[in-house]
Design a protein around this ligand. Structure first.
Ligand code: SF4
Length: 330
């Protein structure tokens, strides 16, 4: 593919067709970063009023870092995925320590809640660095344009997309504008269903258009095979207290508080019920079993229900605890 010609066509199109969005009027890395975080999993139209209100209340990283978490969450309420707001504040405090907004991709990537996409977006748009970005829009445009008939969202497909995006942005005079233009084309023209190929600057070169394959590209990654597991969740109790442990690294839900899981053996009189849930590609049947303190060898904290309520616990394990409580008639 001739990336120079593609880039030129893309930039000409973007100059005429881009939407007027508030973050496009700013070169402030802080404002660009806030918009990129808000736009993750949220539509542009929904983000605009939040973005404007948030920036009025927290105009820079000093203001955000000094605010209370409650205040930040109140200005985020309605956007969902609250870990994004908590990470924003953590990152703002990292910047206060650094004394500035970091300029290099690697340093931006070190901020809480920032992955390759956001680091590339801020580095290219705010600082003009030749850093690629790949999101769902970019994957779609590139796979259709450049003949990616293999899956585009698995590891190999992602690495292919990053290398194509990198080639597009590498020699660009305005890497940030190139990245924005590619995403804009994906969002407004090269849509998942019914792409508007007649309005697309890539139409003459586009592989999917010429081969009438727009409906089947990008090809999704094959779904991983699901595995069925039957486990027992052991819930120890004594004198109205329950033994919980911090779930260690290497187990599901590491870092949260919960109970010990082990492979199902056979039924026991202490079994109080069965729950079903899914983790990644595992479909799990979970037999909930109460047990006494003596049968537990792990380091446990013995807490009342009120104390456990303030600990972070996987919802399925909290539900299992409720089943045990009911069976004990506490
Ligand atoms: Fe997408 Fe159609 Fe443009 Fe190809 S020609 S990039 S399928 S909008």
């Amino acid at each position: 593919m001739n990336y120079t010609a593609i880039r030129k066509a893309l930039l000409r199109w973007f100059e005429k067709e881009q939407r007027d969005l508030p973050w496009r009027r700013s070169h402030d890395p802080y404002a660009i970063w806030i918009s990129e975080i808000m736009l993750q999993q949220t539509r542009v139209a929904a983000v605009i009023p939040y973005y404007e209100r948030f920036l009025r209340r927290f105009p820079d990283f000093h203001a955000l870092g000094a605010a209370s978490e409650e205040d930040v969450l109140a200005h985020w309420a309605g956007l969902g995925y609250y870990s994004r707001a908590r990470n924003l504040q953590k990152a703002a405090r990292q910047m206060v320590e650094l004394g500035a907004f970091p300029r290099e991709h690697a340093a931006i990537r070190e901020l809480a809640g920032v992955g390759d996409y956001t680091a590339g977006a801020v580095a290219s748009i705010a600082f003009g660095k030749a850093e690629p970005i790949v999101d769902g829009n970019v994957v779609r445009v590139l796979s259709r344009l450049a003949d990616r008939r293999a899956a585009a969202t698995d590891r190999a497909g992602q690495s292919w997309c990053w290398s194509q995006a990198e080639r597009l942005v590498r020699a660009a005079r305005s890497p940030g504008v190139t990245n924005e233009a590619l995403m804009e084309l994906g969002a407004t023209v090269c849509k998942p269903a019914n792409p508007q190929c007649a309005n697309c600057p890539f139409q003459p070169e586009c592989f999917a258009y010429r081969m009438a394959l727009t409906a089947s590209l990008p090809r999704p990654a094959p779904k991983p095979e699901t595995r069925k597991l039957h486990q027992v969740l052991l819930i120890p109790h004594r004198n109205g207290r329950f033994g919980i442990r911090r779930i260690p690294l290497g187990e599901w839900y590491a870092g949260m508080w919960g109970f010990v899981r082990q492979p199902y053996d056979s039924g026991a009189p202490e079994d109080v019920g069965v729950l079903r849930h899914t983790i990644t590609c595992h479909k799990i049947t979970l037999t909930v079993r109460r047990c006494d303190a003596a049968s537990q060898t792990q380091d446990l904290q013995w807490l009342t229900l009120e104390e456990i309520a303030s600990h972070s616990m996987p919802p399925v394990e909290r539900k299992a605890l409720e089943m045990v409580v009911k069976s004990l008639d506490l």
